[in-house]
Design a protein around this ligand. Structure first.
Ligand code: COA
Length: 325
């Protein structure tokens, strides 16, 4: 049995040009820049233009990641897109990306695990590579969350934005750089605290439209507890302690959730990557966008261990420990 793992060889991101500031939202609902900045940590978020879809953002991020990896598109064995805001349920976003980037040999599938979807997609890609079945897998998270927002509901519309991030994972000998460990978890008993009614085969006559419904306080508590536990478990599974970690890249849902997790993990602020002020919560895309920016800013050096850690509807949550190449 070969000792294989998956190394990140390329990262990319795509954000729509249109900025929606807190001042813009003040014109739409009873809110304030002060409330959103203090309670959530967001100053602005991005929103797609008319005619700009999830697949457009996904393909742009994928092209960036592919360019950095130096691979030709037809080297890819599989494209996995994490999204719960696809252009359509079928064709999948991954098939549209496959066409757009010309990945002639690649299989393609979408994964739905809400805000945790990028980690579920990475885990699936890791397993394919680790088993020896595949060599190069493109993992993308792409979301147009603004398509699911009720712009009259201040409890939710101030929190989210649109964007995409991508990584190329390639087979490498284990024991060096690459994915070190993974935890994937879920608890359907809390399915009701964060949901998107009228988005599938079930009708919800009690809700008009297809808009995010959330019990914010409950979600907050679960996010802090579950993301802390999961990151701790992923480190233990890799035989590491928090002192070995150079950077934590958490899901960007609320600055107070991120701060609470950092405190519980015992990580100083300079080792936590935060960009929520610019983009808000782009659902499963927050982590690959943040990873891409961490790389652009030189925050990861060869050999550094970093943690990705996410939480979302389902409930789902997950974490990975990864050594930068
Ligand atoms: N602007 C101004 N005031 C607002 C507001 C807004 N956008 N949204 C809510 N408020 C008000 C509430 O009505 C409430 O007013 P009241 O005290 O007069 O009743 C007050 O602010 C406090 O509301 P509360 O819900 O207790 O605030 P909070 O501190 O829990 O923050 C969230 C609310 C939603 C920001 C927070 O619970 C949260 O981030 N939860 C997690 C959400 C999340 O991350 N979801 C995605 C997970 S992947």
């Amino acid at each position: 049995m070969q000792n294989l793992t998956a190394v990140i060889t390329g990262v990319g991101k795509a954000l729509p040009d249109r900025r929606v500031t807190n001042a813009d939202l003040e014109q739409m609902v009873e809110t304030s820049d002060e409330w959103i900045s203090k309670r959530v940590g967001i100053k602005e978020r991005r929103m797609v233009a008319d005619g700009e879809w999830t697949s457009h953002l996904a393909a742009r991020a994928a092209k960036d990641a592919l360019a950095m990896s130096g691979l030709a598109a037809d080297a890819l064995d599989l494209i996995i897109v994490s999204t719960t805001t696809p252009d359509t349920l079928y064709p999948s976003v991954s098939c549209l990306v496959q066409r757009e980037i010309g990945a002639a040999r690649a299989g393609a599938m979408d994964v739905a695990a809400a805000c945790t979807g990028f980690i579920y997609a990475m885990g699936t890609a890791w397993a394919m590579i680790r088993s020896g079945l595949m060599k190069h897998v493109m993992v993308i998270a792409a979301e147009v969350v603004t398509s699911s927002l009720d712009w009259t509901d201040r409890d939710t519309c101030v929190l989210f934005g649109d964007g995409a991030g991508a990584v190329v994972l390639s087979a490498a000998e284990g024991g060096g750089a690459g994915i070190l460990s993974m935890r994937l978890q879920a608890d359907g008993n809390y399915a009701d605290i964060l949901k998107l009614p009228n988005s599938g085969s079930r009708a919800f006559p009690e809700y008009a439209g297809r808009f995010i419904k959330m019990q914010g306080n409950d979600v907050f508590k679960h996010a802090v507890r579950d993301m802390t536990e999961c990151a701790t478990d992923a480190l233990a599974a890799a035989g590491l302690t928090i002192g070995d970690v150079s950077l934590v890249i958490p899901h960007q849902a609320n600055i107070r959730i991120i701060d609470a997790i950092a405190t519980r993990l015992g990580v100083p602020p300079e080792k936590v990557f935060i960009n929520i002020e610019k983009y808000g919560n782009t659902s499963s895309a927050t982590i690959p966008i943040a990873l891409c920016e961490a790389v652009e800013q030189g925050r990861l050096k060869p050999g550094d261990v970093f943690i990705i850690d996410a939480f979302g509807a389902g409930l789902t949550w997950g974490a990975m420990a990864i050594r930068w190449k």
